[in-house]
Design a protein. Sequence first.
Length: 188
Amino acid sequence: MTDRDPLTIRPGTAADAAAVLRLLDTATAWLTARGCTGQWGSAPASTDPHRIAQARAYAGSGGLWLAMLDGQAVGALAVGRATKEIPPADEPELYVNLLVTDRAYAGRGIGGRLLAYAAELARDAGVALLRVDCYAGDDRALVRFYERQGFTPTEAFTVDRPGREPWPGQVLARRLDRRCAPSTPTPP
């Protein structure tokens, strides 16, 4: 990002479900145009009742954050707890449930900025573990993206989908330095 295109990150609200769906639709169309339909399929998220409900849940959760550029949402981050398919962590964590960016702004580091923001949220909460899962099929490009952001692959998993190919997933983790609590002076 430069001073000419200042990216801001703001909390999402229940009214932002449509922005999340728009971002998912553009990402799905971009993937589909490249023949990569294993991650999210080829149908727009905005036509899938499950994805609509998911976007509404993210928007109403208090854990949605939007990357804004010139008044438009160009990325979305949802943080909270891991889903049931994910092996539980053995310590407190913050979990990235969604990261999606507008492909029209590719190369501007929006995804990295949102992940850095998630790390700050975790540190502010006193949590030293940030985890995420992603699609691990095709060429594993998404796994490599998270590795470049400081994450390390941990557990692989598979989600069975009736009538469709299983969905290969990868959990990744990033260790964070904890923020030190302000020291309290000792009495003389």
